[in-house]
Write a protein that binds this ligand. Structure first.
Ligand code: SAM
Length: 222
């Protein structure tokens, strides 16, 4: 779907070129926020042997998990972003990229994951009542689900529509994301068989900018 109606090709169009190293000089790193060299890292996922990154985009976080020794799959809708990811991370062992929606991927796969992460990714852009039952089945009993997204604007909860505009013109493309507070996430996760481990708001480096909401959950033992 690399055409004018694919919001994520429009999104790719607006991205600056990839940063090749972080402030510490590393070539891969894990960033839950949208600010460089900011906030916690991959330690929030423990030491998974297998992991899935839902809405992996250019795959830097995905490659970082593989570099830490996990067998990792990056899942994304965008052929444009996945082409960039495959080219950039082709040397990294234990890493593969799949072009699918998170819902289709989780429906089709028979893999179990020790960790599932989604950084401003598919968890934000999929109805949780559809995604979480599928995710619950594919998470190992002692696995971790962790995701980040923008916190909701006060009073604006549930499905929220917006438009992605291309850098060089062309029609804007609609996209829907699901906005919930930390408390609402706790309830939604509980409804789908998860225990929330923690939720937090990571302030932006300049607190006038949008913070990051981070949620971690585990399957409730049955
Ligand atoms: C804001 S970007 C974040 C990309 C990446 N996680 C990062 O931190 O750079 C959102 C990504 O989610 C992907 N995405 C959105 N909805 C999706 C879905 N339903 N299934 C899979 N990927 C999805 C988009 O293609 C895009 O790459």
């Amino acid at each position: 779907m690399a055409d004018g109606r694919d919001p994520w090709s429009a999104f790719a169009d607006r991205q600056p070129g990839p940063r090749l190293r972080n402030a510490a000089g590393e070539t891969t790193w894990f960033n839950w926020t949208q600010y460089p060299d900011h906030g916690p890292g991959a330690e929030l996922l423990g030491e998974p042997a297998t992991a899935a990154d839902l809405g992996c985009g250019g795959g830097r976080n995905t490659a970082h998990l593989a570099g830490r020794g996990a067998r990792v799959v990056g899942v994304d809708l965008s052929p444009v972003l996945l082409a960039q990811a495959r080219e950039r991370w082709q040397e990294v062992a234990g890493l593969r990229f799949v072009e699918r929606s998170a819902v289709d991927f989780l429906t089709e796969t028979d893999e179990r994951f020790d960790a599932v992460c989604s950084v401003y990714g598919a968890v934000w852009f999929t109805d949780p009542d559809v995604l979480l039952p599928l995710l619950r089945k594919r998470l190992a009993p002692d696995g971790i689900l962790a995701f980040s997204q923008e916190p909701p604007i006060e009073g604006c909860h549930g499905a929220q529509g917006t438009y992605i505009r291309r850098k060089n013109g062309g029609p804007p493309v609609p996209v829907v994301r699901w906005a919930h507070t930390c408390e609402q996430w706790r309830d939604i996760l509980a409804r789908h068989g998860f225990v929330t481990l923690d939720t937090r708001i990571v302030e932006a480096p300049d607190p006038a900018y949008v913070p990051t909401m981070l949620v971690r959950a585990a399957p409730r033992p049955s």
